[in-house]
Design a protein around this ligand. Structure first.
Ligand code: E4P
Length: 217
């Protein structure tokens, strides 16, 4: 399973990358705005900086919501760097744009997926990734993990190559359950990844080993 970091914060991306387990980065307009990135040139430069830090796929989202806008923006983003994956929302024009990009060999991440039907359409259009939003479904008392299971079943039934990129992942149990279900990728901020390390028996065991190692000197 691949681990992507879900942020546009360069310090967090560098810290995650230094762990040696990072496979890519996802961003969205809200994450870019949170870092104060605005204006076309700054936005494109920020994506380039991220591509320099991480050796893996970097999702960059189109802002336009018409077919023509998405094609123009997506082609520009894809031309920026070979690591860029064009992120497109699951709307009617988005599906048409994903089909166009897939025929052109431009990789896509179909975002804002909240149902199995949406994921099926995105795969039919040739999306490289689909991003079901786990945490946001949980927020409205709907089982986000159940959606990941449904998509896994549908994709396996027909051999779709579209990768399931579990997004809006909030904590370590989301990551573990995604791994059990067979999501291809999880994307989340750094804390849920770091919390995978935590176990009280590891802490107490290490404390004892350090204490006993003093006796070996
Ligand atoms: C990533 O591709 C998504 O945009 C992101 O995971 C959404 O996460 P959130 O629900 O925490 O905003």
């Amino acid at each position: 399973m691949k681990f992507f970091i879900d942020t546009a914060n360069l310090a967090m991306i560098e810290e995650a990358n230094a762990l040696g387990i990072l496979d890519g980065v996802t961003t969205n307009p809200s994450l870019m705005a949170k870092e104060g990135i605005s204006g076309k040139e700054n936005i494109l430069n920020h994506y380039l900086t991220i591509c320099d830090i991480v050796d893996g796929d970097v999702s960059a989202e189109v802002i336009g919501i018409t077919y023509d806008e998405m094609i123009k923006e997506g082609e520009e983003l894809a031309a920026l760097h070979p690591q860029i994956v064009v992120k497109v929302p699951i709307i009617k024009d988005g599906i048409k744009a994903i089909k166009y990009f897939s025929q052109k060999g431009i990789r896509t991440n179909c975002t804002l997926i909240f149902s199995a039907g949406q994921a099926l359409l995105a795969a039919k259009a040739g999306a490289t990734y689909v991003s079901p939003f786990l945490g946001r479904l949980d927020d409205v008392s709907t089982d986000g993990l159940n959606l990941i299971e449904e998509i896994r079943t549908i994709y396996d039934n027909f051999g779709f190559e579209t990768q399931i990129l579990a997004a809006s992942v909030r904590h370590s149990m989301h990551i573990i359950n995604c791994a059990k279900i067979g999501a291809d990728v999880v994307t989340c901020p750094l804390p849920p990844i770091l919390s995978l390390l935590k176990h009280p028996l590891t802490d107490s065991g290490l404390e004892q080993f350090i204490k006993d190692s003093q006796k070996m000197k």
